[in-house]
Design a protein. Structure first.
Length: 117
């Protein structure tokens, strides 16, 4: 089992940047695919970005070219660098970990990102 703690959210003006972090407990962080999701008020949770254990990355079309996901296995941390932020990026951002070869996912509590116009 892994526990996830997100940080780095806040209030930023449109066009600004934020970097989110997700720190994971445990000694097998490298065995997890890591994802970022987001959920805006009144909307369903949506996929934002993924970095697999081997380093391959994937992005939602809505953030491609603006967001960058990365991981530091030595620090048990995954990051989401968000640039050129838009008001529609406003949401709670949640970190998710999936153990290789399973469908079992673990979630953090989320961090609020608010982008003002």
């Amino acid at each position: 089992q892994v526990q996830l703690v997100e940080s780095g959210g806040g209030l930023v003006q449109a066009g600004g940047s934020l970097r989110l972090s997700c720190a994971a407990s445990g000694r097998t962080f490298s065995n997890y695919h890591m994802n970022w999701f987001r959920q805006a008020p009144g909307k369903e949770r949506e996929f934002v970005a993924r970095i697999r254990s081997g380093g391959s990355v994937y992005y939602a079309d809505s953030v491609k070219g603006r967001f960058t996901i990365s991981r530091d296995n030595a620090k048990n941390t995954v990051y989401l660098q968000m640039n050129s932020l838009k008001p529609e990026d406003t949401a709670v951002y949640l970190c998710n970990a999936v153990l290789i070869g399973t469908t079992t996912g673990y979630w953090g509590q989320g961090t609020q990102v608010t982008v003002s116009s």
